[in-house]
Every structure is written in C-alpha cells, then in structure tokens.
Design a protein around this ligand. Structure first.
Ligand SMILES: *Cc1c(COP(=O)(O)O)cnc(C)c1O
Length: 410
C-alpha cells in the first residue's frame, strides 16, 4: 500500500518527554488541564509571533484586521484585541461575541450578505461600520438609522471586475452575492453620503487562501487602482480602504509557503507613490486563517485500532464534526491530508501506514488517509495541525449528537 503525503507541520511546535508540546505543556498535560479530548489548543505564542512577522514585513501604515469567523473563541478575541487594529465580523452573532469579548465597536466592521434588520439595527446602535453588500441593504440601514436616530457608519463592499488569482475561494469577479458591482458603487456612495450617513469608505475583498505572492501583489495593486478610480468618481475623500486579505497557509504537502516579505516589499513600494486621492486614506487588510490557522492543533484520542482488508484504521474520538476542513469536506475537490501526527509519540519515527478516522458513522469522516506514522495504539493522541481557523465553528458539531470540542488557549 502506497503512503499518501501529509501536509507540513507548521513551525513553532515543541517536543517534551517525547510528546508534542505547546507553551511548555505536553499534549497529555494540556488534555488533563482542559478536561478531555477532543480538544482544540491554540498557542498564544504562535498567534503573537504571526502578528509580529506581519508587522515587520508590511508597511507601517497598513492596519491589520482579524476576520473573527476564522476563530471567535473568546480568549483569542481578547488576546487579538491588543495585537490587531480592527475586527471584521460577518453576523449579528459575531457582533455579540465581539462585544462580549470587550472589543471596541469603533474598530469593528460588519460584512456579509443577508444581514437581517435586527442585525443592522444592533450594529448601527453599537457604532459598528457596515460594509454594505447591496443597494437594498443600504436603504434598509438608512431607514433603520432614521427611525432610531443613530448616524450610521457606512462603507461599501465592492464586487470588483478582477479576482485573486489562484485563491482557494473566489470572492470577487463576475456575478457574486458579495458586494456591489464596481460600476454601481459611485452612485450608491453619493446617495448614502447625501442621506447623512458617516462615510467610512470601501471594502474590496478578492479571495482567500492564496499562496502565491505575485497573485496577492497583483490583486492589491488592482485594489488600490480601483479605489483611486472610485474615489475620483464618488467625488468625496475616502476615509478608509479595507484592501481584503487572502493570505494562505500550507495545508497540504505540495503547498509552498507564502512569501510574506515579497508581498510587504511590493506594498511598501506602492505606498510610497499612492495617488493623491488615497494619500489621507486609512488602509488595512483583513486576515483570518493566516493569523490563527497555524496556531491551533486539534487533539483526539485513539479509541480503537482495527484492521480491514489489510489496512490499519486508528479510530479517534474526534472527527469531521470538529474538523470538517481536515476531512476534506469544506470546499475541496480532491481529498488531501492535512498535517497529522501522533502527539503522544511526536519524537518517534514513522513505522507504519495507517488511516486516521473519526467516530462518526459516515465514510466522509477521515482525518488522514494512508499516513506514515509511528505505531499508535488505543489511548494514544492524534494531532491535526492547521486547526486554528475554520475548525470548531466551521464544523457540524451537532451531527450525530456529538457536541462541541473542548478549547483552550495555551
Ligand atoms: C472569510 C473572510 C475573510 C477571512 O478569510 P481568510 O481566508 O480566513 O483570511 C476576510 N474577509 C472577508 C470579507 C471574508 O469573508
């Protein structure tokens, strides 16, 4: 049987007493502290380190926002609050989480199609900026603000004519449920400014999970050109431009790391000669997985070890109900292996090929196919890396009555 490659384990994880360790504690110690498996552990050191790398590489004037849908775990929001400049939310539920974590509403913007009236009202009352997704939403927000007596903070999400090349999830270019087609933006901007809203600028998000620096550089350059052009057409100064994000991380064996320095250098050059209409504009990017993805590990306990038709199956107490993306069922066409290891035997060499599966009775519930791993037995702990983003809250934890995983920030 031929082994299938595993994704690369992100740097920064430790080994202690032969086990995977985070923040000086072994996987077993972390599980004991949290209560049980399955458990997501997020490393505060790795989160801080990632922001430091970004600050070093990117232009000083570029703000960094955290898109909290990647991981809204409250201790992470609180930690991020001292590390990033702003937060992007995508629902009224995320607004509640942001407020509960003590985030300053003035630093929050709210994008996402299909915002309900109650969500618009809560956001306007809190002083959150709405990234408008349609003319209809703009008019509902204005009507609500008029009724409640609040001045709404409004920005427009643009659906640009271009997209982020090579991105895992295309969010711009062509017919889209997101944003307002670029040629209709100036008229709507003038309408909302005329209606007395506080004009907060433009949001141009072109895609996600891009690993090619050139593609990101090209998209950012297009975004700046488009923002300049739209600002001229709108005829009002642009207070803020959210340039989107799309920085990817290495999930799979063939993924090349994003050259962050190249992206930063290109942006610095570009910022040195910004067109006049953007000279006083506050600029930011918004990142989710690039900030949190590699800082998280999902730990599950092996419940059974069995053989079927000559193949070994390590059956864990975790699965796709917490790690839908690692199972290959969240926006991938061909299933590839995430980085996976036996956390309780982290220092040992691989000696066998095994399949790591979850506890759900569906063939979709796979965590690693034909992986080369140390021999693992009942009681050993499996680690799935790149679990810090789109894990706990992007997986169907209610499926089969399993319930949520434990989480901790270490
Ligand atoms: C999901 C999303 C993000 C975050 O995407 P990542 O790939 O996690 O960086 C940023 N902005 C918007 C508008 C989004 O919808």
């Amino acid at each position: 049987m031929k082994a299938k490659a595993l994704g690369p384990i992100p740097t920064g994880f430790e080994t202690k007493n032969g086990e995977l360790a985070i923040g000086g504690l072994t996987a077993s110690e972390l599980i004991e502290q949290a209560g049980s498996t399955p458990l997501f552990v997020y490393s505060s050191t790795l989160l801080e380190q990632r922001i430091r790398q970004l600050r070093e590489a990117l232009p000083e004037k570029l703000g960094i926002n955290y898109a909290i849908k990647a991981n809204p775990y409250e201790p992470i929001l609180k930690l991020m609050s001292g590390l990033v400049d702003g937060f992007d939310i995508a629902s009224g539920g995320e607004l509640k989480m942001a407020v509960a974590a003590g985030l300053d509403p003035a630093r929050i913007s709210f994008a996402g199609p299909g915002k309900r009236d109650d969500e618009l009202e809560a956001a306007v009352a809190a002083g959150v900026t709405l990234n408008l997704e349609s003319e209809g939403e703009a008019r509902r927000a204005l009507a609500i603000s008029k009724r409640t007596g609040h001045t709404p903070k409004l920005a427009i999400r643009v659906n640009p004519d271009f997209e982020l090349r090579g991105s895992g999830m295309k969010m711009g270019g062509g017919a889209k449920p997101f944003g307002i087609d670029q040629e209709r933006v100036p008229a709507l901007a003038r309408e909302i400014i005329g209606a007395g809203a506080e004009w907060r600028g433009l949001h141009i998000f072109t895609g996600s999970q891009a690993l090619e620096a050139d593609a990101i550089i090209e998209a950012q350059s297009n975004v700046l050109d488009l923002a300049g052009q739209l600002t001229r057409e709108i005829g009002h100064p642009l207070p803020k431009l959210n340039m989107g994000g799309g920085f990817g991380i290495q999930y799979f064996s063939n993924d090349k790391p994003l050259d962050l320095v190249a992206v930063g250098d290109a942006l610095k050059t570009r910022f040195d000669s910004l067109p006049g209409e953007l000279a006083d504009t506050e600029l930011c990017i918004e990142l989710g997985r690039y900030l949190a993805g590699e800082a998280g590990v999902y730990l599950a306990r092996i419940i059974d070890r069995k053989v079927s038709h000559g193949e070994t199956f390590l059956v864990t107490d975790g699965g796709l109900h917490h790690q839908l993306a690692a199972s290959g069922n969240f926006g991938t066409v061909v299933r590839r292996n995430y980085p996976v290891a036996i956390a309780s035997k982290f220092a040992q060499e691989a000696t066998e090929i095994s399949n790591v599966v979850g506890c759900l009775c569906t063939p979709l519930d796979r965590l690693a196919d034909r992986a080369e791993l140390p021999r693992a037995d009942v009681g050993d702990i499996v680690a799935v890396f790149c679990a810090g983003a789109y894990g706990a809250t992007a997986s169907p934890s209610a499926f089969l009555g399993q319930g949520p995983a434990w989480e901790m920030l270490a």
